[in-house]
Design a protein around this ligand. Structure first.
Ligand SMILES: Nc1ncnc2c1ncn2[C@@H]1O[C@H](COP(=O)(O)OP(=O)(O)OP(=O)(O)O)[C@@H](O)[C@H]1O
Length: 625
């Protein structure tokens, strides 16, 4: 026998489970049955596709079933399956550690108070460990398909576990729960049947319950107990039934058992396609974004079935990456059962299912945005950003995605759509405008927006760090141009007349400024977009903005060419007007740098030489007091 410690995270998780989940202990059964169902799925796939496993059917591998056994006197429940099973190594790694990085990160981020909040932990599946809510000792006896040996794992759920050799007639896993005080209520056959029907009715494998049934004997006026085994669930793949047969509760329970989420899903879409290709899809959108949404090793949430046989649940080919928050099932009639990961990558059937699924999901979201704006707002609060990622990669659905994404704006509180912004356009307004950068407050106060304010034109505020990358690739919304206010060309539309004389009179000043700033700027020109500020910096259409360069540097991009922005000055500003009459070169030089540096600061670009900036500022201040 070997005694082993739990990984630290497991101990933390167990603490959390035992101390915060008392409100839902019954879910232990759903979690264990869903593990059994997964194990049966995995083995069935192997026996259908792999000759070595095929040969073992009836000889070490039994037909798929899940058996619950209740022993009221001993206060034990067993959950057995004829699935894939675990060997010694699997038992240690699957039941002694937490493999999912999402769970690990989640646990490490929780504060003391949050740990007490059971809603928070409901966001991820607690899985097997939920057994310790109801049991003070758990034994797992398992034999892996293809192996002769069986192993027993025993733990009190406190610090560690023991492993020893065991006996098991065929492949599969038996979980034996020694119920604790809290769990005693489940040593009751009615209760168990009720829980199975509530949470696991849709499980595609038969679930049997063996228990002592009391039956009245009218003659002797007494009840006789007999040991019986009865099937408890419907055992048909729920998604294959027609929508009209299914209730909201059915959908919600399937979702919970698929994902381990405790909250109801926000939405679901159930579709059956018949015709050239036959398949069923059932997609769910979780109410809260999955914890690993922004991790590169995120867990995918769509399971692939072929003719109701589970094939895989970790393929990134089933939906595009930006829809990685979608959970659910794709069940195809046309794919081969032995379809491999490599084949999936170039498979035409899957490509069509995938394309149709994306269209379906997006079009359902689009109709939700009009039919139920409140629910849509909940969706957007969680998933606006992944949709933007889609804008970057999914050309085929760009138009729909543009309709779905929501924006902050200078004209409305909260969020708005492009369609709404279009409806608010001024009669003379030629394009839709936006400004990008990493900080909302900075953007809202940017001098670049002054002219828009003056002309009562709306500007969308794009303050997500991916916005500039995404939107620089998108120049149209339908027929209308989308233009960045921080780029050169946006001001073309807003040009006022009467410029030639102004330009002529400012020429000498611009030359002096240019002589002072030299290589720090690419060009100095008269601005048509400023009202209250004396100066601003802008980038060319094809250049990354100043803020974007910072991001690229932060991400480790080296050898970026020096930033050489264009400085625009406001001919109508008092400072510029005064400078026109100044002849003192030293004062003009100080002013040139101050105009440039303040424009950089407002763009959120840190100054290269703050000390000189402060000296200059103090010089000018000194003269003005
Ligand atoms: N009945 C079983 N048969 C075979 N393997 C099992 C069984 N129960 C658990 N396992 C193994 O133990 C692992 C951990 O199970 P656990 O329920 O904690 O998490 P999970 O099912 O992977 O994730 P989640 O419950 O969050 O969806 C499983 O991934 C599986 O490999």
């Amino acid at each position: 026998m070997s005694k082993q410690q739990f990984q630290t995270e497991v101990s933390q998780l167990l603490q959390l489970i035992v101390h915060s989940l008392y409100s839902h202990p019954e879910i232990f059964l759903r979690e264990l049955i869903s593990n059994s169902s997964d194990a049966l799925d995995k083995l069935r796939h192997l026996t259908l596709t792999d000759d070595a496993y095929k040969a073992l059917v009836g000889n070490g591998i039994e037909p798929p079933r899940i058996e619950l056994e209740l022993n009221e006197d001993a206060r034990t429940i067993t959950i057995s399956d004829t699935g894939i099973g675990m060997n010694e190594e699997d038992l240690v790694s699957h039941l002694g550690t937490i493999a999912r990085s999402g769970t690990r990160t989640f646990l490490s981020q929780l504060s003391g108070d949050q740990r007490k909040d059971s809603n928070l932990i409901g966001q991820f599946g607690v899985g097997f460990y939920s057994a310790f809510m109801v049991a003070d000792k758990v034994e797992v006896i398992s034999r892996k398909a293809g192996d002769d040996k069986a192993w027993k794992w025993i733990s009190d759920g406190k610090t560690g576990f023991e492993i020893e050799p065991a006996e098991r007639a065929s492949a599969g896993t038996t979980v034996l729960l020694h119920l604790n005080e809290e769990g005693a209520q489940y040593a009751n056959s009615y209760r168990l049947q009720e829980i199975v029907r509530k949470y696991s009715n849709h499980i595609a494998f038969p679930i049997f319950l063996t228990y002592d049934k009391s039956e009245g004997n009218a003659e002797k006026k007494e009840s006789i107990k007999s040991r019986v085994t009865e099937q408890v669930n419907a055992a048909s793949a729920m998604w294959q039934r027609s929508k009209s047969e299914l209730t909201d509760e059915d959908y919600k329970e399937l979702y919970k058992s698929l994902t381990g989420d405790w909250e109801d899903p926000l939405l679901w879409f159930h579709t059956r396609a018949e015709g050239t290709l036959e398949y069923t899809t059932l997609f769910y959108i979780p109410a809260k974004a999955p914890l690993d949404l922004y991790q590169t090793d995120y867990k995918t949430g769509v399971k692939l079935y072929v003719k109701r046989v589970f094939i895989m649940d970790d393929s990134r080919e089933l939906l595009p990456q930006y829809l990685r928050f979608v959970r659910g099932i794709i069940d195809s009639e046309d794919l081969p059962l032995n379809v491999s990961r490599e084949i999936l990558q170039q498979n035409k059937v899957l490509a069509s299912i995938k394309a149709a699924s994306v269209k379906k999901i997006l079009s359902e979201l689009k109709s939700l945005s009009t039919s139920n704006p409140e629910k849509y707002a909940q969706f957007i609060a969680e998933y606006n950003r992944p949709l933007k990622e889609g804008l970057y990669g999914d050309f085929a659905n760009r138009e729909t995605l543009l309709e779905l994404i929501r924006f902050k704006s200078t004209k409305v509180d909260g969020l708005t759509s492009l369609a709404e912004a279009k409806a608010r356009m001024q009669p003379e307004q030629k394009s839709l405008y936006y400004i990008t950068g990493g900080n909302e407050a900075l953007l809202r106060n940017s001098p670049l927006l002054e002219i828009y304010k003056k002309k009562n034109i709306e500007v969308l505020i794009l303050d997500d760090d991916i916005d500039e990358i995404v939107f620089s690739a998108i120049d149209k919304y339908g027929e209308i141009d989308l233009k960045a206010a921080n780029k050169g060309a946006a001001s073309e539309d807003l040009k006022s007349e009467a410029e030639p004389e102004k330009a002529e009179s400012l020429k000498p000043l611009i030359e002096k400024l240019k002589a002072t700033l030299g290589d720090a700027v690419k060009e100095i020109r008269i601005s048509t977009r400023l009202a209250d500020s004396p100066s601003v910096i802008v980038s060319d259409e094809d250049e990354p903005s100043a803020r974007m360069r910072q991001m690229m540097q932060a991400m480790g991009q080296k050898n970026l060419p020096e930033l050489k922005p264009t400085l625009e000055i406001n001919p109508d500003h008092e400072i510029i007007k005064k400078l026109l009459t100044k002849t003192d070169d030293a004062a003009i030089q100080d002013a040139a740098w101050l105009l440039f540096d303040q424009a950089l600061l407002l763009e959120g670009v840190p100054l290269k030489d703050p000390a000189t900036f402060v000296q200059r500022l103090n010089r000018v201040l000194n003269q003005s007091i």
